[in-house]
Design a binder for this molecule. Structure first.
Ligand code: NDP
Length: 311
């Protein structure tokens, strides 16, 4: 068990966390960043990232995040591969304990723990993650020009992803487990009036089908929940839009969260309801789930934390 004292503790190692680290280190604040067990965050699931400025050619999400980590380390961010499992924000310095039983005392904290896409958790899914199964149409839709794809889910995200995908794909089939979508009516109207979009109701995915080496989706096995009948449905790609879960369970009872569990911040700021605690990236922003937005938000949090510390 070790004890650390720091002016800024950053929790999380996605684009928001590393960028916060880079800015805090350059301000001479000697931040400590606790990376979590899967360093790099959600974007490491993307095989090709073409929309992060600064790269003339696509980079993999993993490479992008490895570069960000090295940049942060080179600038002096102390990165610790561990997971914060308990926090006490009731008094200062704030106290955070880790899975490895280390304790961090911090004058200020930047939370950048992100939000995780929900997965179906069926056995064949892992094999094709990033190879035909995506959780982000904005990130991966471009690679399906002229192809036939499916979107799983019936909420606003599914409807928006389906509409977005029609820019590239030849056809988009929404597959929903019930007999009615929960997406807002105006989005449903847009779906109904788009000839590229088809909807299959009352269907769940039983299996993903395709070559394994290299992995490539060619079809999915669907089950009609009303009749129990199964069918093999050909597709080139699957976009999951079954919701996201903000990684905020350890902050419940400590910070103000919205009804979906995202951290509330002051408008136009990363400041939470507790002075000295800031939140950046997807953990506070369910609307723009993009690496560049998270990175910008991380920079903002570091600047706001720096100003607060120098008061
Ligand atoms: P939602 O929770 O609203 O919808 C998730 C959808 O996925 C539901 O239709 C649900 O089915 C389905 N689903 C969940 N789990 C499974 C599963 N295991 N297998 C198959 N289907 C599953 O999530 P969203 O991401 O769509 O939206 C989150 C929030 O963000 C909502 O409040 C939404 O309104 C908001 N949002 C708003 C937008 C806008 O206003 N433009 C855009 C995007 C999101 P079922 O219906 O049966 O529960």
């Amino acid at each position: 068990m070790a004890e650390f004292n720091t002016r800024i503790l950053i929790i999380g190692s996605g684009p928001a966390g590393y960028t916060a680290g880079i800015y805090a280190a350059r301000s001479g604040l000697e931040p400590i960043l606790v990376s979590g067990l899967e360093s790099g965050g959600q974007i490491t699931l993307s095989e090709n990232v073409e929309n992060f400025p600064g790269f003339a050619h696509a980079v993999s999400g993993l490479e992008l995040m490895n570069n960000m980590r090295s940049q942060a380390e080179n600038l002096g961010v102390k990165i610790i591969n561990d997971k914060i499992v308990e926090v006490d924000f009731k008094h200062r310095p704030f106290e955070c304990s880790s899975e490895n039983h280390d304790v961090f005392y911090a004058e200020s904290i930047i939370i950048a723990t992100g939000a995780s896409a929900k997965w179906l958790n069926i056995p064949s899914e892992k094999r094709y993650r990033g190879f035909g199964i995506s959780v982000c149409a904005t990130c991966d839709g471009f690679f399906y020009r002229g192809k036939d794809v499916v979107v799983i889910g019936g909420g606003n995200s599914a409807a928006e992803e389906a509409l977005y995908l029609t820019t590239f794909a030849r056809s988009v089939t929404i597959i929903h487990r019930r007999d009615a979508l929960r997406a807002d009516q105006h989005l449903q109207n847009k779906l109904l009036h788009n000839p590229q979009i088809h909807i299959k109701y009352n269907c769940t995915i039983e299996e993903f089908i395709g070559p394994e080496n290299p992995p490539k989706i060619e079809a999915i096995k669907l089950k009609n929940v009303r009749t129990d009948k199964t069918e093999i449905f050909k597709t080139d790609g699957v976009f999951l839009a079954i919701g996201h879960q903000p990684n905020t369970s350890i902050f419940q009872n400590q910070l103000e969260l919205d009804k979906n569990g995202y951290i509330k911040t002051k408008p136009g700021s990363t400041q939470t309801n507790i002075e000295g605690i800031f939140a950046a990236g997807d953990v506070k922003n369910p609307e723009f789930r993009q690496a560049i937005i998270a990175a910008g938000s991380g920079a903002m949090a570091a600047m706001e934390a720096g100003r607060w510390l120098s008061k």
